[in-house]
Design a protein around this ligand. Sequence first.
Ligand code: CMC
Length: 420
Amino acid sequence: MNDVEAINAMVRQAAEKAAQETNDEPEPILVGDLNWPITCELRPGLEGAIACGTKIGYVNGSKGWLIYRGINIFELAEKSSFEETSYLLLYGKLPTRKELDNFRMKLAGYMPIDETVLAVLKRSPTARVRDTHPMTALGLCVLVLGMLDEKAEDTSVENEREIVIKLIAQIATITGMIARLRSGRDPVEPEPSLSHAANLLYMMTGERPSPVAERIMDISLILHADHGMNASTFSAMVINSSLANAYATISGAIGSLKGSLHGGANERVLYDIEEIGSVDNVEAWFQKARESKRKLMGFGHRVYKAYDPRARILGPLAGKMSENNPEIKRLYDIARKLDGMVCAELGVEKKIFPNVDFYSGIVYRALGIHAGMFTPIFAASRISGWGARFLEYLENNRIFRPRAVYTGPVREEYTPIDRR
Ligand code: CMC
């Protein structure tokens, strides 16, 4: 078994462990025919609300089950590539070899980016590029791409699908560009012969990744590609439902993903682990965090009330990468211990377990990536799910327009300014 096969075997083992600990029955109300209107119980944050029907993906939160287009995430992580998974999400079927080759060529062809984008970043003072959050820069660059596209305002499904494919390619390029500029180095051109995962790593680090590094990044991109009606996906769908245009949609989704309760958690996890410092401090840190009711980054989920299947895969991969790397081993050992303590206490009390963001940062750090770039990598993957979902909705578009319950007075008098 070579090194890449060994990584795939680890994914298989994670799948076997998940299968032993969970069974995968669909949830009755959340799978099946959709007949409007729906009666459901709503809580703040739209908890419980059903926004649409979809054939793209399903999360069974109580069992820890994630599928894209009917295929279990473990199987995709072991056998697929990010390009193939993106095709699956966007077109609803696995591509033939020829379709996949064409899709790959299209992505590679779209990767080189108009120099205006680099000029915008380069014209900013270097310190600002370094200090501005990379997600802010990424969102801005997507809007710049929209300004440069003469067909940006064509909101037909066909044109927006083409833009999504272009952005799958170009968000990777911009992510690489930002990573390089932040570390005071010049961007490197995309290398069309590389896979998407390898190219992303190459454009960030300037080095061609090893087959193992490439495979691990590929798995991570597959795992992050789609996840139900999460905040950024829903943001994308809401923005696109007004026919704003695909660039405004994706830029808005990037803004939503940035937050620390969503994709931004992956970066924060690493800061928490650094704050803990050593495995001996985990217990005291955790107890103090509990006493102060501190939110533990990388734990908990609106939908999962079981161990996140993506963390089941990323945890062992982080462990694998910690072998022969003392610095990563230090981070991983802290994470493992915290994971165990949280599961034993909060898992039992409140069904709080690690989510996808808990181990991804350690994996990326092991791949030589700075913490500030973790969430852009998430975006470079989730663009596929955002696109698949807002395009599916666009086919039968109806603008999102919920209402709020008004809790203020209704017959207040207008007091003139000199009597206030
Ligand atoms: N640490 C400590 N307590 C938590 C956590 C956490 N990470 N998450 C939830 N709880 C507690 C919360 O305090 C509440 O306790 P109580 O009932 O005593 O008031 C209970 O669990 C229910 O939590 P909630 O805040 O109602 O849950 P939510 O569905 O509104 O929030 C969440 C979900 C993901 C925003 C939240 O779990 C959280 O803030 N986690 C940390 C940030 C994070 O890791 N985000 C990534 C989410 S997954 C991937 C992604 O989207 O990027």
